[in-house]
Design a protein around this ligand. Structure first.
Ligand code: NAD
Length: 791
């Protein structure tokens, strides 16, 4: 046998990780008192426990206290009590605590890794080299944000008591993503780990005790969905941060509607892994292994849809199969293991069920000829070919080691296939042509795009989704905003329209020529579908004119026009800036007319009316100026990679404007949305819509492309409801009465559009705080594009 033959004949020997420390830790704890509340260990008030077992054997690991609503009450009370002191403590004091947590975790790094692998089933290589180091990095990174909070986030305050609910696939890492920014921002926390994987959170609570976290600042309550729901619904919580399935995310969106709670949702995905024919195929195969078989595919951003260019598809799939045959399925505590067990039997059954259904729908499912351990919840890596875009394996998140493959002919088709999903979490693009990769990345509807790489994460770079993958970002600067409340100039409560918009009783005096304003859709004035009109009263109760009474069909037309308008989102920022300057210029040319209209409709003095017009022009100027300045950033994570945090428009944004300061309020909402490249469907003030309809000509003269702004007059509450339920609306801003705001939040779950409401209050639009970055941030999604460099 020569050396080469010997090399090929070599077998892997076992390389077990010692587990004695973890077993000793398990043996020494009383898990029936595992609720960490107000710095003390408590049993559940009900005395109930739940089992956590080892996925590689099914053996029981611990019986863990199972929190109920009463325990959540106690935990929220503890967090509320601790809040004033913690939020008032200096940034430096909080930074020291975060740093101490990170350092203490470093000292127990191996124990964390082994416990995580035992409880979750993930290979020790992953927990040791990825989960735990990244979790530690998160705390150390956020120590810095705690200290620079006042400088970096002026005009913001901590949001308050935060409820956090996390899944089982990255138990410690998700905990770190949640707790580190919350503590840095000055919030206190009630966190519920997932019921399959409670152990590392318990060890983390012990670390908090040792690291000097003040009592009540971090409360960790073990339990299931009931405890999660109790956190979500608790009136003492001001913010909910949830990571988990889109299904539960939607339940939470609905449950928190109208509560005023800030909400971030990190949900599921069906991410595309796109391989162009000029890719380095061997690297792409390695990337794919990491993309879909990392953590047995139980990864929200798993590259579970392989899209490969037709010319190389056969060769690439052949390489993938060879590589799959070499993946080692086995004990998570063996350092050579690539694939461990799934987390639980229920998950194994779900994966099997989805594969069977996919096969029924025409997919050909291939697995390597390998042995799997006879105990535990193991599943072989699976490759599905012949997958049609509608196949369940191409559409549903499997959350298991299953790769669905499809081929594409050209770049446009690759983008179309990649975006053919209700999710939008991540994507990988493989090509040696960086021009091509960076041409494709902005066109993918996904919060994270990795070029020639996959599953790269860092505490400095935001992570989060588009569409039904949720909203909000975790990590970095944008992640900090999720735990901060902007100081907005909140105005009075808005009364429901029925009470505020009395019909005019007296007819007009007959001196003016009768004019009925139509709707403005796709750059043209359009008659309302229903052919009804709405009478508009002057301040004195006389008829000022009539506007079209828009209905569901008009909103649909307006959304279609906004979606069809590509010229505006594709325009350069400089171009958008110029158009908004024209808008301001043209409004300025008709300032007298608008001021007179304000006097007529609202009854303000001529001086006040003139001021509102001037402020509206100034605001347009401001957003014209900011259109090419509110830019993204470049992150330099600790690897040979740059991460471009790009600001992209949200898409089609619905805007329901308030009655107060009807011109300035309308402009203050529409202008930032337009500045960032969104297309808009605006419902102007129901009471004073003529101020918006008078703008049609101003808009027409301002070179805004057709469809960039569409205006539908009518009943605000009704039209807001239609916008909320419309699945092609990406964002919705509503300044209306409290009931309408609550309803649009609840009705937005179809596509999980980004909803921003005033919770029934309006703003003082004349205030400087009613303009600027707070508004621009609502108008964008941050997409993080990771670009590696070096040979
Ligand atoms: P899940 O939604 O079933 O559960 C997540 C958490 O929510 C658990 O702690 C659970 O106890 C709790 N929960 C369940 N029902 C609840 C309710 N009605 N109210 C409040 N809390 C409730 O998800 P899972 O199966 O644990 O995790 C897998 C999912 O998580 C996948 O869809 C995955 O994509 C997603 N995930 C997303 C990210 C991300 O950053 N986007 C990261 C990891 C996992």
């Amino acid at each position: 046998m020569n050396i080469l033959e010997r090399y090929h004949a070599m077998e892997y020997g076992p390389a077990p990780e010692a587990r004695n420390e973890a077993d000793a830790w398990l043996a020494s704890r009383d898990f029936s008192k595992a609720l960490f509340i107000d710095g003390a260990w408590k049993a559940a008030a009900s005395g109930k426990t739940f089992d956590t077992s080892e996925p590689s054997s099914g053996k029981l690991l611990a019986k863990v206290s199972d929190a109920g609503a009463a325990d959540i009450d106690t935990a929220v009370a503890a967090a509320a009590k601790a809040l004033p002191k913690w939020s008032a403590s200096s940034g430096y004091a909080r930074a020291k605590v975060l740093y101490a947590i990170g350092r203490a975790m470093q000292r127990h790094q191996r124990l964390f890794a082994v416990l995580e692998s035992i409880d979750n089933g993930k290979p020790i290589r992953e927990s040791r080299d990825i989960d735990v180091p990244l979790a530690i990095r998160h705390f150390i990174h956020h120590a810095g944000w705690a200290q620079t909070l006042d400088r970096d986030f002026p005009d913001h305050k901590p949001v308050g008591v935060v409820g956090q609910v996390i899944p089982w696939n990255f138990p410690l890492l998700m905990l770190a993503w949640k707790i580190a920014p919350a503590l840095a921002a000055g919030c206190t926390v009630v966190l519920k780990p997932a019921e399959f994987t409670p152990l590392t959170a318990i060890l983390f609570a012990e670390i908090c005790e040792r690291a000097g976290v003040p009592k009540g600042v971090v409360n960790i309550v073990q339990g299931g969905p009931e405890a999660g729901a109790a956190i979500v619904n608790h009136p003492g919580v001001q913010k909910i941060a949830f990571t988990g399935s889109s299904e539960v995310g939607k339940i939470i969106r609905k449950a928190t509607a109208g509560s005023g709670k800030k909400l971030s949702l990190e949900l599921g995905g069906k991410s595309a892994f796109i391989v162009f024919e000029d890719a380095d195929l061997d690297s792409a195969v390695e990337g794919l292994v990491d993309g879909i078989w990392f953590n047995q595919g139980q990864v929200c951003c798993a590259g579970s849809r392989l899209l490969v260019q037709e010319g190389i598809a056969e060769a690439f799939i052949a390489k993938v199969k060879v590589r799959m045959s070499r993946l080692r399925v086995g004990s998570p505590l063996d350092k050579n293991t690539d694939i461990g067990p799934l987390v639980d039997r229920t998950q194994l059954d779900r994966v099997k069920g989805l594969i069977a259904e996919g096969a029924k729908q025409g997919a050909v499912c291939w697995q390597p000829d390998a042995a799997v351990p006879t105990t535990g919840y193991y599943h072989l890596p699976t490759l599905a070919t012949g997958v049609s875009p509608a196949n369940i394996l191409a559409q549903e998140e499997v959350f298991g080691p299953v790769l669905a493959t499809m081929s594409f002919r050209n770049t446009e088709e690759a983008i179309e296939l990649a975006n053919n999903t209700r999710y939008g979490l991540a994507a990988s693009v493989w090509s040696e042509n960086v021009n091509l990769a960076l041409h494709v990345a902005p066109q993918l509807k996904a919060g994270v795009v990795w070029v020639n790489g996959t599953n790269m994460f860092d505490a400095a770079c935001g992570f989060g989704g588009y569409r039904e993958s949720g909203f909000g970002r975790e990590g970095g600067r944008e992640g900090m905003f999720e735990y901060l409340a902007a100081k907005l100039p909140v105005g009075p409560a808005i009364k429901p329209a029925a009470a505020s918009s009395a019909q005019p009783v007296e007819q007009a005096d007959g001196t003016a020529i009768d004019r009925t304003a139509k709707l403005f859709i796709g750059g043209k004035q359009a008659r309302p579908d229903g052919n009804y009109s709405l009478a508009v009263a002057t301040a004195k109760g006389k008829l000022a004119g009539e506007v079209g009474l828009g209905n569901r069909k008009d909103i649909r037309d307006a959304v279609a026009a906004a979606r069809a308008c590509k010229a505006w989102p594709d325009a350069t920022a400089y171009n958008r800036s110029q158009v908004l300057y024209y808008f301001a210029e043209n409004l300025s040319g008709r300032a007298d007319e608008f001021a007179a209209r304000l006097v007529q409709l609202t009854g303000v003095t001529a001086k006040a009316a003139r001021e509102e017009v001037e402020q509206s022009i100034e605001r347009l100027f401001l957003y014209a100026g900011l259109a090419d300045k509110f830019e993204g950033r470049v992150h330099q994570p600790p690897a040979r990679v740059v991460t471009l945090a790009l600001h992209e428009p949200v898409g089609v944004v619905g805007i329901v404007a308030p009655d107060n300061q009807p011109l300035l309020g309308f402009i203050s909402l529409v202008a930032p949305a337009l500045a960032m490249g969104n297309t808009v469907v605006a419902v102007p003030s129901e009471r004073h819509p003529l101020l918006a309809t008078d703008l049609y000509q101003v808009i027409e003269y301002s070179d805004l492309p057709a469809g960039a702004i569409n205006i539908v007059t009518g009943r605000s509450a009704e039209l807001a409801g239609v916008l909320a339920k419309h699945d092609d609306v990406d964002g919705l801003w509503v300044f209306a009465d409290a009931d309408t705001c609550a309803k649009v939040e609840a009705d937005s779950i179809g596509n999980l559009k980004r909803v921003w409401t005033g919770n029934g209050r309006t703003l003082d639009w004349a205030s400087n705080e009613a303009a600027g970055e707070v508004f621009l941030r609502r108008a964008i999604e941050v997409k993080n594009v990771w670009v590696p460099y070096g040979d």
